[in-house]
Design a protein around this ligand. Structure first.
Ligand SMILES: Nc1nc2c(ncn2[C@@H]2O[C@H](COP(=O)(O)OP(=O)(O)OP(=O)(O)O)[C@@H](O)[C@H]2O)c(=O)[nH]1
Length: 684
């Protein structure tokens, strides 16, 4: 039984634990799924945001370019029609152009000068700009020198602003710078160079990266065909764009201060043009977005990489928060479910224990056949079970509504007071339990003995008993048994008394028999030894043989019975005792304070016999008489025995017979004086 329960509990535990684990798994899986979905959405949003920012930057690039290129084209157009532009004209032009462009920092007019015209060119330029000379960078560490001899020179003639210009520097010294110009010349459209360290007068190698957008300037209108363009070329109008400035502008426009920006020139070898971190992008990031942009005909790649503080990071927190909330909610729900399961199991166990106890109690009640009662004193309601009613030969339904009055009505009037007294003793706290036995009326009219026991089970705030509960037991059989036992005991007592009487009493006369004589004598002697006198009188019916012979034995018995009755009636004290010592011989043990009073007493007995006057034809007096022998001891000693008493009284009786019958002979024994013998008297 216990093993089965233990197994059930283990299975329950496993089932409960499985449920909680399942709940946790489902909850956690849901949380993770929600996290992943939100994270994906957040990543998409980030990508979209990055893409939008990238597009914005590209747009900014394009806008700057378009403006720069348009400005250069217009300038080139203007120079085509005014090949002999003066320095002042260029200045004004440059000032207005650069004022409109935020990224172009320098505007240069670079005429094409054949070697043969170089000296004349320098001379003309120096008139306008004193000290003007065509030069080229002397090396990486700065400084300028006279240009190497070449077929064509492309020196900077005018520049705006002039302060940052590399006036006079021949761009033909660097094939890299020239490549984009030659391509622009052939294409008839502005083209950007690759990036390189910008040249400033006295500042070559300052490492400011930039590039030039060169627009070819032809003589007259734009020629058709490469050869015609080459032939008509008079120079280049170049706009210098500083990469950091361009990027800052672009980044500001794109609000890209949360992004790292890397720009690569993809023409030929991929080359880092710009890095917002100052270094090339390390490794690759899945969130990188790459945008291609055409910068003056050069393919650039913009790589945008979100910084840790990117606004998208805020988006990252949502999935994590959702995951955290999901996990927390799952754990809380799991905890709550586990707790409710534990409580439920405890309740189930408590209910099982209660059911077991109820079953046990019911079994016990069934086994004992007890009626139960539950008394709500204030409501005057008495809840009883079916057995309570059955004891009285009724059904519960028959008695409804059951109240304390129902009980009072059915209780025996003779038992009501005592029962209520017992109840009150318990209510007063004198008895720990209420217990009473009373009779109740059975439906068929007889009385059923009930034993009721119970106790207070509820009290109010003042301590007053408001509810009592207990049981009724049918003890009728026990009561009947007790009554029977009581009757039997009394009968036995009577029988014993009879037996005892039979043992010590003579059946014919009712006097004590000879067997009891010794006991009574001894008892009298014990009393007498405390200083009391004691006497024994023996008497014998006179001429009784003759009576029997004359009247018959039965009549003789009647005489003996009457004689005994007369003698018994004459006894004075409870301690006086009459004995039948043999056939028609009797003895009387009695106390008398003096010999005279003893003699008087015996005389009264003799007289009483005379008064009976039982006819006896064969006796001289014609009535039944008797002879009396009295022995009296004033202060008997311990040596006196029943046998001695008998012998002395018998001697006195013999004296009375010998003296003529119907008389009293007395023998007195005084202390220290020996025996005193008196002559028998004749009855008067
Ligand atoms: N009816 C009857 N007679 C008894 C009973 N016991 C003894 N007797 C008779 O009593 C008589 C006693 O006779 P005795 O001893 O000669 O004495 P008595 O005839 O009375 O003569 P005294 O005593 O000398 O006067 C006998 O006849 C006995 O049978 C008895 O219980 N009933």
């Amino acid at each position: 039984m216990n093993n089965r329960r233990a197994r059930e509990r283990i299975w329950q535990l496993v089932a409960d634990a499985s449920l909680v684990v399942l709940l946790l798994v489902v909850g956690l899986a849901g949380s993770v799924t929600a996290y992943r979905a939100l994270a994906l959405r957040a990543a998409d949003q980030q990508r979209e945001l990055l893409s939008a920012m990238g597009q914005s930057i590209v747009g900014a690039f394009d806008l700057q370019q378009v403006r720069a290129i348009e400005a250069l084209q217009v300038t080139a157009q203007m120079l085509s029609t005014q090949p002999n532009l003066t320095r002042d004209q260029f200045r004004r032009y440059g000032a207005s152009l650069l004022g409109e462009s935020s990224t172009m920092t320098l505007l240069e007019w670079q005429p094409v000068v054949p070697r043969a015209q170089l000296a004349a060119f320098e001379q003309r330029a120096a008139q306008e700009q004193p000290g003007y000379r065509v030069v080229e960078p002397a090396g990486e560490d700065g400084g300028f020198t006279a240009p190497q001899p070449r077929d064509v020179y492309v020196p900077v003639l005018y520049s705006w602003p002039e302060s940052g210009a590399a006036l006079g520097v021949d761009m033909a010294f660097d094939p890299r710078r020239m490549r984009s110009k030659l391509l622009a010349r052939d294409a008839g459209a502005p083209l950007a160079s690759e990036t390189f360290a910008l040249i400033r007068r006295g500042q070559i190698g300052a490492q400011t990266q930039g590039f030039a957008v060169s627009a070819p300037v032809y003589r007259g209108s734009r020629p058709l065909g490469v050869e015609a363009r080459r032939a008509a070329l008079v120079g280049y109008i170049a706009g210098i764009i500083e990469v950091p400035e361009l990027m800052r502008e672009a980044s500001l426009r794109a609000n890209a201060n949360e992004l790292d920006l890397f720009v690569y020139d993809r023409d030929g070898m991929q080359r880092l043009i710009y890095s917002s971190t100052g270094a090339a992008a390390t490794g690759s990031d899945e969130r990188d977005t790459v945008h291609s942009v055409d910068v003056g005909g050069r393919p650039w790649h913009l790589v945008l990489r979100p910084r840790p503080g990117f606004v998208g990071a805020g988006v990252d927190e949502l999935p994590l928060a959702a995951l955290g909330a999901g996990v927390l909610a799952t754990l809380l729900v799991g905890l709550a479910v586990a707790r409710s399961l534990v409580i439920r199991r405890r309740l189930e166990r408590a209910e099982a224990v209660l059911a077991e106890r109820t079953r046990h109690l019911t079994n016990v009640l069934d086994g004992t056949e007890a009626g139960t009662w539950d008394w709500y004193r204030d409501a005057e309601r008495l809840n009883v079970n079916e057995r309570w009613a059955q004891m009285l030969g009724r059904s519960k339904a028959e008695l409804e509504p059951v109240s304390h009055k129902t009980w009072e009505r059915l209780c025996h009037a003779g038992d009501l007071v005592e029962t209520l007294r017992q109840l009150q003793r318990h209510l007063d706290g004198l008895d720990e339990r209420y217990s009473a036995e009373f009779r109740m009326r059975h439906a068929d009219g007889h009385w059923v003995w009930i034993q009721s026991t119970g106790r207070v089970v509820e009290r109010d705030a003042e301590g007053r008993a408001t509810r009592l509960a207990g049981i009724h037991m049918d003890i009728s059989r026990r009561k009947a048994d007790e009554q029977r036992m009581h009757d039997d005991a009394r009968a036995l007592e009577a029988a014993n008394r009879q037996l005892r009487d039979l043992a010590i009493v003579d059946a014919l006369t009712g006097a004590f028999n000879r067997r009891h004589f010794n006991d009574v004598c001894l008892a009298a002697l014990v009393g007498a030894q405390r200083g009391q006198a004691v006497a024994l009188c023996m008497l014998d019916v006179d001429y009784f043989k003759a009576y029997n012979d004359h009247y018959g034995h039965q009549a003789g018995d009647v005489v003996l019975q009457k004689l005994a009755q007369t003698l018994k009636d004459g006894l004075r004290r409870s301690t006086d005792a009459l004995f039948r010592l043999g056939g028609e011989e009797f003895g009387i043990v009695f106390s008398a304070t003096s010999a005279e009073s003893a003699r008087q007493f015996v005389g009264q007995l003799s007289a009483a016999l005379h008064v009976q006057a039982m006819p006896h034809e064969q006796s001289p007096l014609r009535i039944v008489t008797a002879s009396f022998g009295l022995a009296w001891w004033a202060a008997p000693t311990s040596h006196l025995t029943p046998e001695t008493m008998y012998a002395q009284a018998d001697t006195a009786l013999y004296d009375a017979k010998r003296g003529g019958r119907d008389q009293i002979a007395i023998r007195c024994f005084l202390p220290g004086e020996g025996e005193q013998v008196e002559v028998p008297d004749t009855v008067r």
